[in-house]
Design a protein around this ligand. Structure first.
Ligand code: CP
Ligand code: NVA
Length: 303
């Protein structure tokens, strides 16, 4: 049987995505009751991190431990990957030793090559182009607070980055409309936008994007690897801050999400981020744990 990977959301059908979200909600309840059991007993997750992480590392590592398995943190600083061992060789070796792999890296093409040579499922834990695990948590959070996102309007305000690309994929799978507002020069991938033109639009005006939206999302203006562009981006993204004033244009029950870490006073105001009546960022962060357990269960036990 061919191994299933999770490199982008498009590796799932809408029905599979919906199953994973429902199961994540179930696993969250079981976790709270202390009744989730040990379905991952003797299973080992290998985790390669070529970029920093708090949420992703801890949610995968804790998730594995809570379900009876274990996780190995592999940094390029102290593995042969960092000394130039080819990704294809690393994949063939590691996938003979562990049951499932998770990778956070720069070029998306690198994780595709790793997956091509892997005997076990490979999960994308963020590349320069996509962050699909975060979308599992975001969708779960929307469903828990407001029900199905089908037919809703989502506004993405900010950089056309990895998170934005994953929102485009989510729009197609969950059947919602996505209004993207970004400054010129920071557009999402044109081909991805064109392929989803029936539901995805790009504007320069954040207020237009947010008007009548049900779910507003932003992310840092400078992603990991773009630190030297921080100052230039602060100038170019002025006017793109999501704050209470901008939220007044959205539906009155609209939710605010941010994958975190957040830069208060830049892409989001401190007041909005801390406003629990609109901002669900802490639930969103917690749901990384539950959603990834459901994902690993799907990849490990259904494969
Ligand atoms: N949102 C997210 O992926 O956070 P980390 O970079 O802390 O893993
Ligand atoms: N776009 C951000 C997301 C961090 C979770 C980055 O790539 O740094």
């Amino acid at each position: 049987m061919t191994v299933r990977h999770f490199l982008t959301l498009r590796d799932l059908t809408p029905a599979e995505l919906s199953h994973i979200i429902d199961r994540a909600i179930e696993l969250k309840a079981l976790h709270r009751q202390g009744a989730a059991g040990e379905p991952f007993k003797n299973k080992v997750l290998g985790m390669i991190f070529e970029k920093s992480s708090t949420r992703t590392r801890v949610s995968f590592e804790a998730g594995m431990a809570q379900l009876g398995g274990s996780a190995l943190f592999l940094s390029p600083r102290d593995t042969q990957l960092g000394r130039g061992e080819p990704i294809e060789d690393s994949s063939r070796v590691l996938s003979r030793m562990v049951d499932i792999m998770m990778i956070r890296t720069f070029e998306h093409e690198k994780i595709e090559r790793f997956a091509q040579f892997s005997k076990v499922p490979v999960i994308n834990a963020l590349t320069d182009d996509y962050h699909p695990c975060q979308l599992l948590a975001d969708i779960q959070t929307y469903v828990e607070h407001r029900g199905s996102p089908k037919g809703k309007t989502v506004a993405w305000v900010g950089d056309g980055n990895n998170m934005c690309h994953s929102y485009i994929n989510a729009a197609a799978l969950c059947d919602f409309k996505l209004n993207i507002a970004c400054p010129e020069g920071f557009d999402p991938n044109a081909q991805l936008v064109a392929e989803n033109a029936d539901r995805v639009s790009v504007t320069r005006d954040p207020r237009e994007a947010v008007k009548d939206a049900d779910w507003i999302v932003t992310d840092v203006w400078a992603s990991m690897g773009q630190e030297e562009e921080q100052k230039e981006r602060e100038d170019k993204f002025a006017g793109y801050q999501v704050n209470h004033d901008m939220m007044t244009l959205a539906h009155s029950d609209a939710l605010f999400m941010h994958c975190l870490p957040a830069h208060r006073g830049e892409e989001v105001s401190a007041e909005l981020l801390e406003d629990d009546s609109i901002s669900v960022v802490w639930d969103e962060a917690e749901n990384r744990l539950h959603a990834q357990k459901a994902l690993m269960e799907f990849l490990l036990l259904n494969n």
